[in-house]
Design a protein around this ligand. Structure first.
Ligand code: PDD
Length: 286
C-alpha cells in the first residue's frame, strides 16, 4: 500500500510530494514539528500537541498555515487514508520557500510549508523494548538554548542516538552543568521510593506532552512529583529510571553509562505508569 502524505493542502502518494530546494526547512532547518501517536486509529493528546505547535510557531514568528480544527481534520484523514491502527503522525511546518537563499526571513507573503505523514507501528503500545528497557549513555548537551521550541534542528539529537548505538545502547541522556536535561527525543525521570523526579520546565528541555500527562497520573496515583535537576550519579543510584515521549510512552531505563539502575530490569513504577498512561489516554483519544 502506497503511503498517502499531506503537502500544502493536497493528499498525495509519497513519491509525488515534492518540496522546493529553496524551502527554509531544507536550507536553514527553519521549521517546527510535532509527533502525535495513534492508538486504535485515534489520536493521543491531539490538543496538547496543537497547543505546543502554536507556541513553537509563535516563538519563531512563523505564520500558522491553518487553524487547529483543520489540522485535526487532516490528521484524521491521514489515519483513514493509510488505515493506521497504531503508529504516529509527523507534522512539520517551515517558513516556506522564498525562491532563493537568504539569511533574512522572507516577506510575510511567502506561505509556510506544511507537511504531514503517517508512520505505521503496529506494536507501538506493546513495544518489545518496554519489556527489556533502554540502556542509555550520558553525553554533553550541546544543543542551542531554546530547546523548548520544537524545531527541526535535530542533528545533535541524531548524533546522540548514533553515539548510543555505537556504545551498544538505545539512547543518550544530555547533561548540562552536571545535571541531566532530557533524552535525545524524550524526557528523563528517576524514581526513589514513592518520589518521581524529573527536570523542571525551562528553555533547557522540551515541555513534553507525555510528561505533562504522566506527571498528572503520577500525582493521582499518590506518587510525590519533584520537578528538579538530578545528576547521572543520582540516577545510577535510583530505584528506577524511565523516559517519556509520544513515540515510546513510558519507557523503562535499566542502565546508565554501564551501571544497572535498581535491579537492572524494568521497574514496577515505570510499568505501572505506562499501564495507567495507555489506559487513560486510550479512553481520551479522539
Ligand atoms: N520527540 N524531549 C525531546 C528533545 C523530544 O524530541 C521529545 C519528543 C520529547 C517528548 O515530548 P512528547 O512527550 O511531547 O512527545 C522530549 C518526538 C517524539 C520525536 O522527535 O520523535
Amino acid at each position: 500500500m502506497t503511503r498517502i502524505v499531506y503537502l500544502n493542502g493536497d493528499y498525495l502518494p509519497e513519491a509525488e510530494a515534492k518540496i522546493s530546494i529553496f524551502d527554509r526547512g531544507f536550507l536553514m532547518a527553519d521549521g517546527v514539528y510535532e509527533v502525535t501517536s495513534v492508538l486504535d486509529g485515534k489520536l493521543i493528546d491531539f490538543e496538547g500537541h496543537a497547543i505546543r505547535l502554536a507556541r513553537s510557531l509563535r516563538e519563531l514568528e512563523i505564520a500558522s498555515p491553518m487553524p487547529d480544527d483543520r489540522i485535526l481534520e487532516m490528521h484524521r484523514e491521514l489515519v483513514r487514508l493509510n488505515d493506521i491502527d497504531q503508529g504516529m503522525i509527523y507534522l512539520q511546518i517551515t517558513r516556506g520557500n522564498p525562491g532563493d537563499r537568504s539569511f533574512m526571513f522572507p516577506d510575510a507573503a511567502v506561505p509556510s510549508t506544511i507537511v504531514a505523514f503517517t508512520q505505521n507501528v503496529p506494536n507501538l503500545a506493546d513495544a518489545p523494548a518496554a519489556r527489556t528497557g533502554f540502556k542509555v549513555i550520558s553525553i554533553p548537551d550541546l544543543r542551542w538554548d531554546r530547546v523548548d521550541i520544537k524545531t527541526i534542528q535535530l542533528l545533535y539529537p541524531s548524533m546522540g542516538k548514533m553515539l548510543a548505538k555505537k556504545a551498544g545502547c538505545d539512547d543518550s541522556w544530555f547533561v548540562q552543568d552536571g545535571a541531566v536535561t532530557e533524552g535525545t527525543s524524550n524526557n528523563a525521570y528517576i524514581v526513589k521510593g514513592n518520589r518521581i523526579i524529573t527536570r523542571h520546565l525551562s528553555s533547557d528541555i522540551l515541555h513534553g506532552i507525555t510528561r505533562a500527562a504522566v506527571l498528572r497520573f503520577a500525582a493521582e496515583a499518590q506518587y510525590v512529583v519533584e520537578e528538579r535537576a538530578f545528576t547521572i550519579a543520582e540516577a545510577q543510584d535510583a530505584d528506577e529510571a524511565f523516559s517519556t515521549a509520544a513515540s515510546i510512552f513510558v519507557m523503562p531505563v535499566v542502565e546508565i553509562d554501564g551501571k544497572a539502575v535498581g535491579s537492572g530490569k524494568p521497574g514496577p513504577v515505570a510499568g505501572r505508569l505506562r499501564d495507567i498512561y495507555l489506559e487513560e489516554m486510550r479512553k481520551a483519544a479522539i
